[in-house]
Design a protein around this ligand. Structure first.
Ligand code: PAF
Length: 282
């Protein structure tokens, strides 16, 4: 069983001997409701030569805008601990909101430009909350390497940028998207989908796969790719597109044509559930 700790002091007691010896700490930050996507990150940490793997489970209120799903977000610490046990995780850090944001907390991490694009446009303040909690978690865990999933592509870019800009002493590893057998990207929010929306949500992967095929076949036109992705997503009656973006992998700026490594990212609502997915094309 992993050790489950709720305070920074308890966690530091465990980590201090490793820090002193300069041993490698692998870290997987999560909001819980763990699924195979998270497990793939834990496995990479386990097999990546780390002396210890720490998973944080914390539903971060700072990254939810008013009216978003903070209250409904699935929480099941016992279930999460079992998943961590099966994945060979050493420590689960599950702090309370008061532990992370004690009375008087007023300091934030933020970033220009990158946070305004894609999901930033639809979720104001979201990335400020993400950056703040991730910076705090990095300072608390002091990992050698932190693992993030490619599904939250923009998040991974923004975090890597923060690590570079603020000279944080750790490596970030971004790991491939894990999918259900039918192609739906794994997400803690998939549990919100009723049967109709669950079936309709398959259009995301279908649209991105079609775009990948078109690029592999030589298509460079952003307009055509955009049109095709939107058309396929539109075949799902209840799909409401937040964005379909075809962007540079680091700057997240729109590209004029697909002439190098490019990210095609989508955010779509099915009823109240907002799903994101992406594909990297060359
Ligand atoms: O990707 C997530 O689950 C969250 O945004 C993160 C990185 C754990 C910060 O709360």
């Amino acid at each position: 069983m992993p050790k489950v700790v709720h305070t920074v002091a308890e966690l530091h007691k465990i980590l201090l001997p490793l820090w002193r010896k300069g041993e490698s700490v692998g870290f997987v930050p999560t909001m819980g409701a763990l699924h195979e996507g998270h497990v793939s990150l834990m496995r990479l940490s386990r097999t990546g030569g780390n002396a210890m793997t720490v998973v944080s489970v914390f539903v971060n209120p700072l990254q939810f805008a008013p009216g978003e799903d903070y209250d409904e977000y699935p929480r099941d610490l016992q279930g999460d601990v079992k998943v961590c046990r099966d994945a060979g995780v050493d420590v689960v850090f599950a702090p309370s909101v008061a532990e992370m944001y004690p009375r008087g907390f007023v300091t934030w991490a933020d970033q220009d430009k990158l946070t305004e694009k894609l999901c930033g446009g639809n979720r104001p303040g979201h990335f400020r909350g993400v950056l703040t909690v991730v910076l705090k978690l990095f300072n608390i865990v002091r990992p050698t390497i932190a693992y993030f999933g490619q599904k939250d592509y923009q998040q991974s870019v923004i975090i890597q940028r923060m690590v570079t800009d603020l000279n944080l002493d750790l490596k970030v590893q971004v790991c491939p998207i894990v999918r259900e057998p039918d192609g739906l990207a794994m997400s803690s929010r998939n549990v919100y989908l009723g049967p109709k929306h669950r079936t309709e949500a398959l259009v995301l992967h279908q649209a991105l796969e079609r775009a990948r095929e078109l690029v592999a076949g030589g298509e460079k036109s952003v307009k055509k790719l955009h049109g095709e992705v939107k058309r396929i997503i539109g075949t799902a009656k209840s799909a409401k597109i937040d964005y379909v973006a075809i962007v540079h992998p680091e700057t997240l700026e729109d590209v004029n044509d697909v002439s190098g490594r490019t990210v095609i990212a989508v955010a779509v609502r099915f009823g109240k559930t907002r799903l994101i997915d992406n594909v990297i094309v060359e």
